[in-house]
Each structure stands twice: as C-alpha cells, then as structure tokens.
Design a binder for this molecule. Structure first.
Ligand code: UDP
Length: 336
C-alpha cells in the first residue's frame, strides 16, 4: 500500500483509531474524517490528517475528496450500540445507512473504487450452528445488525452498478487495546463487557452484572468470540491491499473461533488484575443470542489474515493496561 492515501471515516472511534495506528505504522498516508460524536481526536496519531465533519454532509465529503487524492476508503463511521438501536432505530438508519449512501455517492463522483467497511456478527442473529460461516442465514435480531446488513446489500448493488469493489468485515467481539496502553476502548456510556468488568478493579463500580444465567451454554451465560482490536486492525490493511491488487468484492468473518462465557471472562479478568471481581446475576439483555463464534477460515485463506493476540489473558492484559492508565478514557490525555 506504499504511496497510497486512504480515507478513514470514523477513524477516531475505537476500531477506527487502532486501524489508523496500524496504517501509520505501515507508512500508509491516512486522512481521517470524523464528526467526533463518539470518537476522540486524542486517539489519532500525529501523522494522520484530520477533517472534522459528518459523512451525511455531501458538500463536506466533496471538499475532502477534492483536497486529498484518495485511493481507497476504510469506513467505520456508524453507531454501534445494540440497545440504543432498538430504542431509536431511525437514528441508526440515518447515520449508518444514509451516511453510507452519501459516502458511496461521493466515492462514485470522485472515481474512488475501493471500500473496506465494518460489519458485525449481529447480521446473523441467532445462529443455527457454531462456528458461523459467511454463507449462513442472515436474520438480525436487532436494528443495529439490520442496518449493517442493509449496508452490505447497498455495497453489493453499488459494486454491480458503478464498478466499485468492497470488502465487508463481520467482526465478532472487538476488545483489547494497542500495546503500551496509549489508545484503547472508550465509550460513553460504556456497555461492553470487558471495559465494564475492568471498572471494578479501577474503583468505578462495585460489581459486574451477568445478563442471563439460563442460556444453553456450558455455564448458562452467553458465549462470545473475543477478538483483539489490533488483529482486527491488521485485517483492514490486508483487505485494502487485497482490493487495491484487484481482489473481488467479498464478505469475511473476523474472530478467533473460540468462545468464552461471561463467567469465564470474569474469571480470566480476576487472574489478570489479581483481585476478586464481584458479580451479580441479572435478567437476560434483549436481543442477545446465546452464542456467537466465528469461522474465520475464509479470511485466513483469501486475505492471509492470522490473529496474533488470540489468548483471552493477553486481550485482558492489554485492555487493563489502557483502562488502568486512562480511568476516564481520553479525558485525561492530549496527543494532538
Ligand atoms: N454482558 C454482561 N454484562 C454486562 C455487559 C455485557 O453479562 O454488563 C454480556 C452480554 O449479555 C453479552 C456479552 O456480555 O452476552 C458481551 O456483551 P458486549 O456488550 O460486550 O458485546 P456484544 O456481544 O453485545 O457485541
């Protein structure tokens, strides 16, 4: 990807910022566009050029495409909270679907042909079998997953009509942080399991709630495939290289292929932080499938992707290094 310039909408968010860091480390020129509604400027390395604005604003996007000669787009700009998507689906259709539509029309207008974008395991809904393969039925059980599936379909039609090529990356449970703890996961409000667990040893909550203990899993709690954010970041670089070298449009799962239950993640966190983490049983969270585990054989075979940080202990150690040094997320740092 030498001498290529990549536009990264949503590059100041969690997975976006880790991907921008990986692009910068690989010497790729990066242009970030973010409205900072959920992202943080402090998450960006100094090498990344930054434009604050909204992907739904076509004039704004046109001005960026005119100023910067862009070779490909890695698109993260979307809302991603399942619960919020159920309470306010129109907010999700507007940002995720309408935003992507405007972005695609800007790409078409400016002759940019390649796009890698964030999708999710939530496109599958309740899986029929484990591990989940890309050709399995897609029947989302929440509005967030429905908007991501609709984005995938929009890409497919646009690829046919306008000669675009795309890669859709269906992430399982993104977690962990860059080595060294300079950037990491920061959501407001936080809803994800690992950051919430680590708020207990950080003195910010008394206990973690376990949402549902009557699932058909080995200990009754939900089972998920936790994948390190730097492994996800690497997949975006490989996917963009694949498209730039003529690869055809496709969809890939990204996970480790190993599931951990909520109780197992809590126990692993206790071992990493060296203290007991009190847990309370709570009702199921609406829209949660019992288990989600990826088959990532296709990404391994076609993109040459290989997760390098797959142990749950390593994931928790990296997450803990970030949360412990940044108990209030990016509020306590200024990198730009
Ligand atoms: N979870 C939990 N307690 C919490 C937050 C999450 O038991 O305080 C469970 C949740 O029900 C799911 C798993 O942890 O089974 C992972 O949830 P998360 O929100 O991190 O990711 P998701 O699977 O929704 O993408």
């Amino acid at each position: 990807m030498d001498k290529k310039r990549i536009l990264v909408p949503g590059g100041a968010g969690y997975i976006g910022a880790h991907t921008v860091a990986a692009l910068a480390a690989a010497g790729v020129e990066t242009v970030v566009v973010d409205n900072l509604s959920t992202g943080f400027l402090e998450a960006l390395p100094p090498e990344a050029r930054f434009y604050q604005g909204d992907i739904r604003d076509k004039d704004f996007l046109d001005s960026v495409f005119e100023k910067e000669r862009i070779h490909g787009v890695i698109h993260f700009a979307a809302f991603s909270q399942v619960g919020e998507s159920m309470a306010d689906p129109l907010k999700y259709y507007d940002n995720n679907l309408h935003g992507t539509r405007v972005l695609l029309s800007a790409m078409v207008d400016h002759g940019v042909k390649h796009i890698v974008f964030s999708s999710t395991a939530a496109v599958y809904g309740e899986p029929r079998h484990i591990p989940i393969q890309e050709g399995d039925p897609t029947e989302p059980t929440n509005a967030y997953g429905a908007t991501k599936l609709a984005m995938e379909n929009m890409m497919a039609w646009c690829a046919r009509a306008y000669g675009l090529s795309y890669v859709s990356l269906r992430y399982f449970n993104a977690c962990g942080a860059q080595k060294g703890g300079a950037i990491g996961e920061a959501h407001n409000p936080e809803t994800h399991l690992i950051p919430l667990i680590l708020q207990v040893p950080n003195g910010q909550r008394s206990h973690i709630c376990i949402f549902g203990t009557d699932y058909p899993t080995r200990d009754g709690t939900c089972l998920r495939d936790y994948i390190h954010v730097m492994d996800l970041a690497q997949a975006h670089l490989l996917a963009m290289e694949y498209l730039l070298s003529g690869g055809k449009s496709d969809v890939f799962n990204l996970g480790n292929g190993v599931g951990f239950t909520v109780k197992e993640v809590i126990a692993a966190a206790e071992a990493v932080v060296g203290q007991k983490i009190p847990a309370q049983e709570a009702p199921r969270r609406p829209g949660d499938p019992a288990q989600l585990v990826a088959s990532s054989q296709k990404a391994r075979a076609i993109l040459g992707w290989e997760p390098h940080h797959s142990g749950i202990e390593e994931i928790l150690q990296d997450a803990w290094a970030w949360h412990r040094s940044h108990p209030r997320g990016y509020q306590s740092c200024a990198r730009r």
